[in-house]
Design a protein around this ligand. Sequence first.
Ligand code: HAM
Length: 438
Amino acid sequence: MILKAKGCQDIYGKKAKVWQYVNQIIDMVMEEYHYDYIRTPIFEASDLFHRGIGESSDIVSKETYDFKDRGNRLLTLRPEGTAGIVRSYIENKMYAEPTQPLKVYYNGTMYRYERSQAGRYREFTQFGIEVLGTSDPMADAEVISLAVYIYRLLGLKEIKVNINSLGDKNSRDNYRQALIDYFKPQIKHLCEDCQRRLEKNPLRILDCKIDAGNEILKNAPKTIDYLNEESRQHFKKVQEYLDILEIPYEVNPNIVRGLDYYNHTVFEIEAKVEGFGSQNVIGAGGRYDGLVEELGGPKTSCVGFASGLERLILALEKENIELPIEDDVEVFVMYVNDEEKKQAVYLTQELRQAGFCCETEYTSRTLKGQLKQADRLNSKYLVFLNSADLANKLVTVKDNNTKDEEKVAVADLISYLSNKMIGPHDDCCGGHGDCHCK
Ligand code: HAM
């Protein structure tokens, strides 16, 4: 037997319905906040990620799926969405459109060669947004508030927003130097990874998983103390807007993020669910004002976030949140002989195309077997076809809940079922044919 590759998942059955529901909520919120859907390739030139995310980041140095295609091109399966979107923004000259900022959202698979565990996979799905073309701190707050809104709409009770600021390039450079000066004399007490990070990317020492909890890390200089006036003002404004939007948050100076492109605001949103373990960051993001220029475009300020769907759904499961998922069959069409089957095939199509979720029998079960199957699928109405009734252009319809039965003319079946299921149509088409009754 061939098994799925390590770190991948099959999503099916009830779980697939949860995925679809969550995706519907995401699509709805994106429309409300006026973010347009964007779809970029799953693989890109490797160079994009090396330059975009940064050579020294864990993602690029240890986790990318790199391969050569048959034309000897070096390609990488995308480990995240932002770099591809920035590439597309530049390549398609979206910066020249008059409706800046560009507000886009995406939802797709990403690939990181990580040690797989609950909430951490090698193939995973991120939905995310990017706002390209504004430096206004109002956008930083909007991005955070959109994420929080989606989590709340789905019913997550306890989420925690941690924010920090890395400041502009100048502040970040000063901070970087302060960290090197601080860590250098004591670096031998930290892990090998941190020793390597010292010169290349000292910020990454701060969120080292091995040395987490070490006093040396705890006492390290804080970004906030190295912000210049402009950066301080930006961060203050972000907090003001978050207050206006009534988003609770905590300023957490340890949030530095694993990708090199960030400046100013960075944030992580945690699900505070019992038993969720260390993979409880369900969404994260920040500002990346230098990336468009770094990848060859004009100077453009941007901010965005991404959320792992697997982690989000795991958090919903851990909180035992029941989503309003409707997967009952509305009508089950039953038959016994071949003549009745022909009618069943036809009527099932009619009912489906009139908007009902309709099932029928595919495996020659007896009538008793079909009744059991209809119950397994939680069928609301049963339509029995028998030759004697059909000769008079009639069928028998049974309400599977009350067990009431009625003979109904085939020609009236759709309007009969619509009336039964939706009542007098007060809440839908008002009887004017804009729903099942049409
Ligand atoms: P990230 O923090 O690397 O940021 O990933 C964002 C989210 O993706 C994480 O918070 C987590 O929920 C999910 N995630 C990451 N890796 C895995 C994994 N191996 N398995 C399951 N879920 C995972 C970014 O990717 C940035 N591009 C976010 C961003 C957008 N910043 C600005 N714009």
